[in-house]
Design a protein around this ligand. Structure first.
Ligand SMILES: Nc1ncnc2c1ncn2[C@@H]1O[C@H](COP(=O)(O)OP(=O)(O)OP(=O)(O)O)[C@@H](O)[C@H]1O
Ligand SMILES: [Mg+2]
Length: 333
């Protein structure tokens, strides 16, 4: 379907990302933004880097896309070292950064054509590629409008189109759906899935949305405070922490603290997490354990308000893993 000649040899190169002991310390403020991070993304894989604000996601993306130098470790993208061969890496990747610099006076179409000319397209191939991409990201109607007047969703779709100009084998997307409404988010998800499935594009996506990583990614690494705290398929991450989640609420904070102490002495401290006025307990056999815990609390005359059994979501996993990292969230803060 592409009109672009295969001058870059895109189809023949490897779409892998290999990262070993990568670190980045910013001199300013002596911030260790990335700490000894290692992971591999296979060719054709959809990989998500999931983490909260300030976790080190953008810093990692900037290193892998040759925009920032690491202070330690090694990374190869598409078979090329990001420090020693940055221009080779850049040829084969598409990047949509969190903060993009596009000229607000250009129209969407002009911006895509400009990007195409940077990649060596002649005028008519650039025009053809722009038509194709405007159609893919559904910006045909807005194509002749100034980018400065685009909505947030339109801007993200234009960003995506710009990353696709050179048919990259590997696509880096830094929080591509943050701030979008559900329908725009779904449109981006659909397009990313199509790129991954139909063209075999390797995708490295960062997100703060657990739901996004869960629905899109083959594998997820959870990054917190510069460190990878867990890696696995969505299924593996869910299995890692127990099959079932029991959620308790209590009539008062004091009663909750009392219950937490009792449950911790029974379950172990790290298995009981206090969050938003609830006690969460991760277990393998939810039905059996729920009955035992309720019986135990009843024995101690601790009044339970509600108790609920569910399967953990990625949100729960994230909470549990990051809570573990700080040695368990204590009760009665
Ligand atoms: N140029 C810089 N100079 C100094 N510190 C920086 C710089 N860029 C990032 N940092 C710090 O490095 C840490 C990681 O930042 P980073 O932008 O990688 O996080 P993030 O996971 O992308 O967060 P967000 O979800 O908010 O985008 C933060 O503590 C941040 O303040
Ligand atoms: Mg960021």
């Amino acid at each position: 379907m592409t009109l672009m000649p295969n001058i870059l040899g895109v189809k023949n190169m490897n779409g892998k990302i290999e990262v070993e002991h990568l670190s980045k310390t910013f001199k300013k403020g002596n911030v260790q933004a990335v700490k000894d991070v290692s992971f591999t993304v296979d060719e054709g894989e959809f990989f998500a880097f999931l983490g909260p604000n300030g976790a080190g996601k953008s810093t990692t993306v900037q290193i892998l896309t040759t925009l920032l130098n690491a202070t330690g470790g090694k990374a190869t993208v598409a078979g090329h070292d990001v420090i020693r061969e940055p221009e080779k890496v850049r040829k084969y990747i598409g990047v949509a950064l969190q903060e993009t610099g596009v000229d607000p006076d250009l129209t969407g179409r002009e911006m895509i054509e400009l990007q195409a000319s940077i990649f060596g397209f002649d005028k008519s191939s650039a025009q053809a590629r722009a038509n194709e991409l405007l159609n893919i990201v559904q910006l045909e109607e807005a194509a002749e409008r100034r980018i400065g007047n685009y909505s947030g969703g339109m801007r993200r779709r234009l960003d995506l189109a710009l990353t696709l100009v050179n048919e990259p084998k590997i696509l880096f997307l830094d929080e591509p759906t943050t701030g979008l409404d559900p329908s725009n988010r779904m449109a981006i998800w659909k397009e990313l899935q199509r790129l991954n499935e139909e063209l075999g594009t390797t995708i490295f996506l960062t997100t703060q949305y657990l739901e996004e990583a869960d629905s899109l990614a083959h594998r997820i690494s959870i990054i917190n405070d510069g460190e990878i705290v867990a890696t696995g398929t969505p299924k593996e991450l869910k299995a890692q922490i127990g099959n079932d989640l029991i959620t308790f609420t209590f009539p008062s904070k004091d009663i909750q603290s009392q219950a937490a102490t009792i449950m911790e002495s029974y379950m172990g401290e790290k298995e009981v997490i206090e969050q938003n006025g609830k006690l969460l307990v991760y277990v393998d056999d939810g039905t059996k354990q729920m009955l035992e815990l309720v019986r135990l609390l009843d024995q101690e005359q601790v009044e339970v308000e509600t108790v609920n059994l569910s399967s953990p979501t990625l949100d729960d996993i994230f909470l549990k893993i990051t809570a573990k990292e700080v040695g368990g969230v204590g009760h009665g803060e």
